[in-house]
Design a protein around this ligand. Structure first.
Ligand code: SF4
Ligand code: SF4
Length: 98
């Protein structure tokens, strides 16, 4: 069983082969947990080149692929800022939570 799973993983060579969300879909969670976030990622689609690095690195799996761009589920984003750090084009930047 494990061997079969590892074999399947080895065949993944493109981002398009990965699911829309990087981990579990946020909708599976029952409690919104963004209330303690003090910074919020802002997404500028005009600067996004669709590399999906933010999707790969978001530790909470709250960035999902949306066509060639991305979308952030703000109900479950904890505001860690990793997406801002990983984005090379400045398409994501952190702002004070309002
Ligand atoms: S890392 Fe930046 S450029 Fe790449 S998909 Fe995410 S927002 Fe777009
Ligand atoms: S701030 Fe952190 S949790 Fe929120 S979308 Fe970016 S990487 Fe994910």
């Amino acid at each position: 069983m494990i061997k079969a799973s590892l074999e399947k993983r080895k065949k993944i060579t493109k981002l398009s082969q990965l699911p829309q969300g990087a981990s579990c879909r946020a909708g599976v969670l029952v409690d919104k947990n963004a209330g303690w976030r003090n910074k919020c990622p802002v997404f500028d689609p005009d600067k996004c080149i669709g590399c999906h690095q933010c999707y790969m690195y978001c530790p909470d799996g709250v960035i999902s692929k949306k066509g060639k761009k991305i979308q952030i589920d703000y109900d479950f984003c904890k505001g860690c800022g990793i997406c801002e750090k990983i984005c090379k084009t400045g398409a994501i930047y952190m702002e004070e939570e309002r």
